[in-house]
Design a protein around this ligand. Structure first.
Ligand code: NAP
Length: 303
């Protein structure tokens, strides 16, 4: 079957594109690697998603969005895209289990966690090192943990972790955070969160479990061992563009689009965290998704 639209990725951008596309009565296939929701699924509380005062749980919102896309007729295939053949009017999406065809494609594959790349990290991933406080915080009840990073994720997740852990130390490589001021205020006044500015982790130490982290003071270059049993890493993300070869990307690997989500390839659109933009939030992903679907619809009408 040749679909009108294939959407790659089932996070808020892809699912919103699916809602708009299938509601416009376009045959829509969404290909998702694992489960829908993307990074939103591991967010405990979205405090700034419009219309939900008191916040909304990321998993709940993602379930509703998936159901909404299906209600309008979106078909979801669970498969991992490995290659794109985008020349010509019919686009071919090659995935692990099958190949799929459509007249237009929306890429909404999002971004993924970045690792520290230091000694001991690989050894303890899943056994003391985590990239998701919502998933793993309960394992660190009454323990000492280190959070690495200075963006919104690091500060927000540190506050969440502090509900479980005895002490949370937040280490950031610069003298100032890039996180929103409201999060910085929460950290400063928090009874069991302390901050180490100008420090970077150099090594995770431990035999069978984490015993500590070697931290380097980036001004004095002196190192010290911080005794912790867990490390949570929130140092940003990298775009999931491994399967994309012939498309304009920026220096960080993000897809370059115009304001209507059009990529450098005719009939191919991109939306959400995978594209070059300033603000990566659920609300901007949803907005991108709506625009991408509308642009794809417009493209199809002019084929
Ligand atoms: P981010 O904003 O890119 O911040 C990454 C942080 O990690 C920065 O502080 C960076 O330091 C630090 N870092 C990067 N590489 C490092 C390394 N190798 N070693 C040590 N530190 C390193 O990433 P994010 O916090 O995951 O946020 C991603 C996007 O999601 C942002 O747009 C953010 O606003 C959004 N977000 C929003 C919310 C919300 O509640 N509204 C919650 C979470 C995320 P430097 O500052 O020195 O570069």
């Amino acid at each position: 079957m040749i679909y009108d639209i294939i959407i790659i990725g089932g996070g808020p951008a892809g699912l919103t594109a699916a809602v708009y596309a299938s509601r416009a009565r376009l045959s829509t296939l969404l290909i998702e690697k694992s489960g829908c929701g993307g990074q939103m699924v591991i967010t405990d509380l979205l405090e700034n998603y419009p219309g939900f005062n008191g916040g909304v749980n990321g998993f709940d919102l993602s379930m509703k969005l998936e159901a909404q896309a299906k209600e309008f007729g979106t078909v979801i295939a669970y498969d991992e895209v490995v290659d794109l053949e985008l020349e010509g009017d019919i686009k071919r999406i090659v995935a692990v289990n099958d190949a799929y065809e459509a007249k237009t494609v929306i890429i909404a594959a999002g971004a993924n966690i970045k690792k520290l790349g230091i000694d001991g990290e690989e050894k303890f991933i899943g056994n003391g090192i985590s990239f998701c406080a919502v998933c793993d915080a309960p394992f660190f009840k009454e323990k000492d943990v280190l959070v690495v990073g200075g963006g919104d994720s690091a500060l927000q997740e540190a506050v969440y972790l502090a509900k479980f852990a005895k002490n949370v130390v937040l280490a950031h490589r610069r003298d100032e955070f890039r996180a929103a001021k409201i999060l910085q205020e929460r950290i400063q006044s928090h009874p069991n969160i302390s901050v180490m500015l100008g420090y970077a982790p150099e090594e995770i130490i431990g035999t069978h479990s984490i015993e500590g982290v070697k931290l380097k003071n980036l001004k004095t270059l002196q190192t010290q061992i911080l005794k912790v049993q867990g490390v949570f890493v929130f140092i940003g993300r990298r775009p999931n563009t491994d399967f994309i070869h012939k498309m304009a990307l920026d220096e960080g690997g993000y897809i370059i689009t115009d304001e209507n989500m059009k990529t450098s390839v005719e009939g191919v659109f991109a939306c959400g965290d995978i594209r070059k933009k300033l603000l990566r939030q659920v609300v901007t992903a949803a907005s991108d998704g709506a625009q991408a679907a509308f642009s794809a619809q417009h493209y199809l009408e002019n084929l």
